[in-house]
Design a protein around this ligand. Sequence first.
Ligand SMILES: Nc1ncnc2c1ncn2[C@@H]1O[C@H](COP(=O)(O)OP(=O)(O)OP(=O)(O)O)[C@@H](O)[C@H]1O
Ligand SMILES: [Mg+2]
Length: 261
Amino acid sequence: MTSAALLELRSVTKSFRGGGLIAVDDVSLEVGSSETVGVVGPSGAGKSTVARLVAGLLTPDAGAIVFEGTDLATLGDAERRAVRRRLHLVFQDPYTSLAGHLRVADLVAEPLVIHGACDRATRTDLVAEALAAVQLAPARYLTRWPHELSGGERQRVALARALVLRPRLVIADEPTAMLDPRARAELLELMAELQARLATAYLFITHDLAVADHFCDRLVVMSRGAVVEEGPTESVVTRPRHPATAALVDAARRLQAAVPA
Ligand SMILES: Nc1ncnc2c1ncn2[C@@H]1O[C@H](COP(=O)(O)OP(=O)(O)OP(=O)(O)O)[C@@H](O)[C@H]1O
Ligand SMILES: [Mg+2]
């Protein structure tokens, strides 16, 4: 079967503990080229499991994950590595997701090294370019260690790592959850800018509907492993149909009311 979507999940199921816990239950969703699709839902809904499945860190028990028209399960090792260059995962926690023993230059170069993407001189250029793209001046940041960076700066390094291979798809699992409001707004703005420049698609995972509302073209709402609602962001947010969505909308409103403007 061919598909125009960049990424397609077809009835994907994943369970843990010998099948005792179904974390992802018959989930189908699509992400188009340069589209931003938000996966939202309460804690434990299965969002991160979806991210890990798409990134190839987990394999589905049933169903198919189709990227650029190819079922990932049918790929051999070399082809799988080639696909890994084209989709990249950014994690939630900027304090554990960057290896502490590498300087910024090596952290950003690492994906290029792993994929043997280019020679040393080109690599140096691409690393500097990626850092500049996330607004970290190479002269100031190349030799820093992760512990010398703020949370927002760490997430920008993680984004530079994701973008240095110019992937078609970036899977971002709660990338702003640990950031303060200002660093959060900056990271989202940067992600939007880079998308406009590089035509990257985002699968953007969050439990925060205000963030999703601001950032996503379309939303997929998960609850207890299943997709319970999906649609254009505006209609999902303004006219939630499922109680799980309504609860997220309420939580976002309460939070907004609690924060002074
Ligand atoms: N490796 C694992 N082994 C066993 N159970 C797991 C594993 N990973 C996830 N789970 C379980 O699967 C369910 C879904 O977890 P998941 O991390 O996908 O939720 P989530 O929607 O990302 O939640 P949160 O918003 O808290 O990050 C949870 O019940 C979780 O305990
Ligand atoms: Mg999660």
